[in-house]
Design a protein around this ligand. Structure first.
Ligand code: HSE
Length: 341
């Protein structure tokens, strides 16, 4: 499978590292031979129709700041859209940063990939939170797959649990801790009695927070994930503007102390019932959602199977990149068993 990789930040680079590490097993266990034929970052592109040497590309990226600085394969002036339009490939991996104002540039990358017959795997929440119903229709129209399991829960298979493991049941409501950064901040405040500001600085040092931390602390990242779940799992035609969002800036140490006296804690909980909400909520310390640190947890309530909770690391480059690989293998499997080609 020929792949164009758009976005070479933490997630894009982690994906390249996983492909290097897993090359032999992917071939042996799954008959999967991924070949990255183009990589794009802010500085331009590197293109080799025969497949780029990923070790070399990662070195160029680290040393020179852009893959376009590759002497043999670099294309300094080439944009992501030029690459998607002109480079032949079966799939595009889109790992550019989330922008919730207009979803760009990810939205155009995805639409252009569809038009040129490429399957899409994305970890970019912006385009999905703004336009998931339209994008799934466009993918169907162009007879390509759109996969995005890394957008919710990073490497933790939250979407798959609901969609595949609970196949045939009907999920009636969802509650979850959907943002690692805010969960880390609230846990630190609760356990170490440090202020919101100190805890945020720690989260930034550890690389958990988004480039713009307001995405995390104001609840927007969690709201994006909620929209993706509402559409994908519960067939609701929701977008970001349908979510009632409140972040954690106003959660005080005093509120956490009061909650602790009642055997509770305060978490940023996203919920889907009749409506979509993200807000700081007092929950029992025995609630399965009462997870610490950067963990995410999601409880699905389904009509027959009852309640299930999935817990796992909800952020991180390698974690998110593992979801990209999972999606690509899924596409490969689907292509082998259906008529879509
Ligand atoms: N900033 C996000 C989080 C990354 O903290 O959960 C994963 O979406």
């Amino acid at each position: 499978m020929r792949i164009v990789l758009i976005g070479c930040g933490v997630v894009g680079q982690s994906f390249a590292r996983i492909l290097i590490r897993r090359e032999a097993e992917l071939a042996k266990n799954y008959g999967f031979h991924p070949r990255v034929v183009a990589m794009v970052d802010r500085g331009g592109a590197a293109v080799n129709p025969k497949g780029l040497d990923l070790e070399k590309m990662l070195s160029v990226k680290v040393e020179k700041g852009t893959v376009a600085a590759s002497r043999e394969y670099g294309r300094l002036a080439m944009s992501a859209l030029d690459v998607i339009e002109s480079v032949e490939a079966e799939a595009m991996v889109e790992a550019t940063p989330t922008n919730i104002k207009d979803g760009e540039p990810g939205l155009s990358h995805i639409k252009t990939a569809f038009k040129t017959g490429k399957h899409v795997v994305t970890t970019n929440k912006g385009p999905l939170a703004l336009a998931l119903p339209v994008l799934t229709e466009l993918a169907d129209y162009n007879k390509v797959y759109l996969k995005f399991s890394g957008t919710v829960g990073a490497g933790t298979p939250v979407l798959e649990l609901a969609k595949k493991c609970l196949l045939g049941d009907r999920i009636v409501s969802i509650r979850g801790i959907l943002n690692g950064t805010t969960n880390y901040i609230l846990t630190e405040m609760d356990e170490k009695r440090i202020t919101f500001q100190q805890a945020l600085e720690n989260a930034q040092k550890l690389g958990y927070a988004e480039a713009d931390p307001s995405m995390d602390v104001d609840g927007i990242d969690a709201a994006c994930k909620l929209v993706i779940m509402a559409n994908w799992i519960m067939n609701k035609k929701a977008t970001l503007k349908d979510v009632d969002v409140q972040g954690i800036r106003k959660v005080t140490l005093q509120a956490l102390e009061e909650a602790a006296k009642r055997g509770c804690t305060v978490k940023l909980v996203g919920s889907i019932n009749d409506n979509l909400k993200v807000k700081p909520t007092e929950i029992s310390r025995h609630d399965p959602l009462s997870v610490g640190g950067v963990l995410n947890a999601v409880t699905f309530v389904s009509e027959f199977a009852g309640e299930e909770t999935i817990i796992g690391r909800g952020a991180g480059g390698m974690e998110t990149a593992s979801a990209i690989l999972r999606d690509l293998l899924d596409i490969k499997h689907n292509l082998a068993t259906t008529l879509i080609a």
